[in-house]
Design a protein around this ligand. Structure first.
Ligand SMILES: [Mg+2]
Length: 239
């Protein structure tokens, strides 16, 4: 018996296309650096950023603990020769980047009605990877997200990111449901789908390209093009 639905946040019910990808983040960081009066070659900046990101993931992805982006940026700035100002600049670049999230995040047009309808039958939770709790809360305040969910959990709050079982266990506990009583809906295969599946949570992947190709990757119980298809997928899944 399914009692709860867990939703990923960005890419699933919220969109911020100019912030969500690594490449767009690199461009934003580099732009801010220039705005702060520092000329730096973009190709070198990008290369150093990718190197530091890979290094951080190698260390942190054994248990998916939360990542320190200020530390990442500080190391990038040192690597491009800004040792003296690296610490101060890293903090400032990160702060300005975080400020963009409440400005640029938009609720999927399907989400409000869908979430209200689903909440008549299920407990709903939002479970998101985001490295800064106050900023995530500013986004939720701006878009009135609290009114749609029984629980909201941000990785920064628990110190571990999806696909870590720690964050999924915490959200299930807050809802008071067992893994087999929940369905996870998300757009990222590893974090949302494989992570939830390992605990025994059912999963629905939102992935337009895979859905159109009729491709169902391991771990996904269903693949849909958009939120519009969610209720039908739930019906099929739950029977
Ligand atoms: Mg997502």
């Amino acid at each position: 018996m399914i009692k709860a639905i867990l939703f990923d946040c960005w890419g699933t019910i919220l969109h911020a296309p100019r912030l969500m990808t690594r490449e767009s983040a690199i461009e934003a960081f580099h732009r801010t650096l220039r705005e702060l009066g520092y000329e730096a070659d973009f190709t070198l900046f990008r290369e150093m950023y990718l190197r530091e990101a890979e290094r951080q993931h190698r260390e942190a992805d054994s248990d998916y603990r939360e990542l320190d982006y200020v530390e990442r940026l500080r190391r990038v700035l040192e690597a491009i020769g800004l040792e003296g100002d690296a610490e101060r600049l890293a903090g400032e670049i990160w702060r300005r980047y975080l400020d963009e999230w409440p400005r640029q995040s938009r609720l999927d047009p399907e989400a409000p009605r869908l979430l209200r309808r689903l909440r008549e039958a299920y407990r709903l939770a939002l479970v998101t990877n985001f490295p800064d709790l106050p900023t995530a809360h500013r986004v939720f305040d701006t878009l009135n997200l609290w009114e749609y969910f029984d629980a909201i959990l941000v990785s920064a709050e628990v110190g571990y990111r999806k696909p870590s079982p720690i964050i999924f266990q915490e959200v299930l506990e807050r809802l008071g449901v067992k893994p087999q009583e929940a369905v996870m809906v998300g757009d990222t295969l590893e974090a949302d789908i494989e992570g939830a599946r390992k605990l025994g949570v059912k999963t629905i992947l939102i992935d337009p390209e895979r859905a159109r190709r009729g491709e169902k990757p391991e771990g996904a119980d269903a693949v849909i093009e958009s939120l519009r298809e969610l209720e039908k997928a739930l019906e099929n899944l739950i029977g």
